[in-house]
Design a binder for this molecule. Structure first.
Ligand code: ADP
Ligand code: MG
Length: 378
């Protein structure tokens, strides 16, 4: 996507100082485990946010997105603070702020952004923007920032400047992703291990099915799930549900809280089992039942799925998928389906048919190929 560099040149009459990118992500397994100090296993997508940037000649920064036709937004990177910039540009200005807060020099910039990460589909278009801006700021300042520190800066922009109370998985996947690999993240201490996930070598593909279901009530439900998990941990006397084991669950008298905790405890165990299987070089088909069990747990115990999601999962399995689950926070978003290559057409057709029968808009289906994390393009 050097088209963004061309757009920069056309608008500013010269080449940018550099072009940087960061990807969206899909979580293979480990849902709602991040705020319980648990394990997640995302990978970076080939879909990316790309920024072309250069130092500004004047005392203000000017940023523009190809996806935001209303035009450029201006702010002063040297002094911008939470509350100063709203809307989409808050993700950019917030990263400037967090970068400065981390002690790095931030000058005024002109910046053109373009992204093919679907927005609001649970594929982390927001972290892609933050991390792309973060690597651009590091590049412009001529400083080395370690990937995990960059992810923390980006997360701070999202939490404290944009005001979205999210965990750190998205940004960590965006900076640590590698082609053909999964990012195994322990959210308790932010340690990362990479796990091989070479699907083509096994004749497999991972389909991403964007259900395009409307995201209703997701914010409030997210808060309610977090509160239930905190209640469960407090009742069990553990710092976080990551420290609980299945035998503890019987000690939770409230049925709803016990089911919420059971999802987290079993989901963490499933992540570890997937890592064990893939790390040992097993055929990835072996993780199919774990993907299915994760979905059942999200549907019945954590209650975060919706009909669009459940129908896509059922249809994908009926169409020949080896395993399928919702990915992301829930109440809409995407489904992933592990498919033998010769079943991809049948799985896609089965999901499209199931949606058409219900009069639902067709989902977007594309292959999720583990790809590289944030870096410099030019
Ligand atoms: P997700 O990260 O799952 O896609 P979020 O609600 O966290 O959804 O972030 C989406 C928001 O990020 C958008 O509403 C917009 O403000 C910002 N954003 C993402 N991509 C772009 C882009 N290409 N240009 C401008 N803003 C973007
Ligand atoms: Mg996001």
């Amino acid at each position: 996507m050097t088209v963004v560099a061309d757009a920069f040149a056309a608008r500013h009459g010269g080449a940018p100082a550099g072009v940087w990118f960061a990807p969206g992500r899909v979580n293979l397994i480990g849902e709602h485990t991040d705020y319980n100090d648990g394990f997640v296993l995302p990978f970076a997508l080939p879909h990316r946010a790309v920024v072309a940037a250069a130092p500004a000649t004047g005392p203000v920064s000017r940023v523009r997105s190809a996806q935001e036709p209303a035009g450029a937004v201006e702010f002063t990177a040297a002094s911008v603070a939470p509350g100063d910039v709203g809307g989409w540009a808050a993700y950019v200005a917030g990263t400037c702020w967090a970068f400065r807060e981390a002690g790095y020099p931030v000058g005024e910039v002109v910046l053109e952004l373009d992204s093919d990460v679907p927005v609001g589909a649970g594929l982390s278009s927001s972290a892609a923007v933050e991390c792309a801006v973060g690597v651009a700021l590091a590049g412009l300042a001529g400083v080395q920032v370690a990937p995990t520190e960059l992810a923390r800066i980006a997360r701070r922009a999202e939490n404290e400047f944009v005001g979205a109370p999210t965990g750190g998985m998205d940004q960590m996947a965006a900076v640590h992703g590698r082609a053909g690999q999964l990012v195994f993240l322990d959210t308790r201490d932010d340690t990362v291990e990479r796990v091989p996930f070479d699907l083509a070598a096994h004749g497999l593909e991972l389909l991403v099915i964007d259900t395009r279901a409307p995201h209703a009530h997701a914010g409030g439900e997210y808060g309610a799930r977090r509160a239930d998990c905190e209640r469960a941990a407090a009742a069990l006397g553990v710092p976080a549900l990551r420290d609980a084991v299945p035998a503890d669950l019987d000690r939770l008298p409230d049925d709803r809280v016990r089911r919420r905790a059971r999802h987290v405890v079993t989901e963490n165990a499933r992540v570890l089992e997937v890592v064990r299987l893939l790390g040992a070089g097993a055929d990835p088909r072996g993780i199919g039942p774990l993907l299915d069990a994760s979905h059942t747990s999200m549907r019945d115990d954590f209650e975060i799925t919706v009909p669009h999601v459940d129908v896509a999962v059922e249809a994908a399995r009926a169409g020949g998928a080896t395993g399928a689950r919702m990915t992301g926070g829930g109440f809409g978003g995407c489904v992933i389906a592990l498919c033998p290559e010769d079943a991809v057409g049948g799985v896609t057709a089965a999901v499209e048919r199931a949606y058409a029968e219900r009069g639902w808009a067709a989902p977007a289906v594309f292959p999720g190929t583990p790809s590289d994390g944030a870096g410099r393009l030019a």
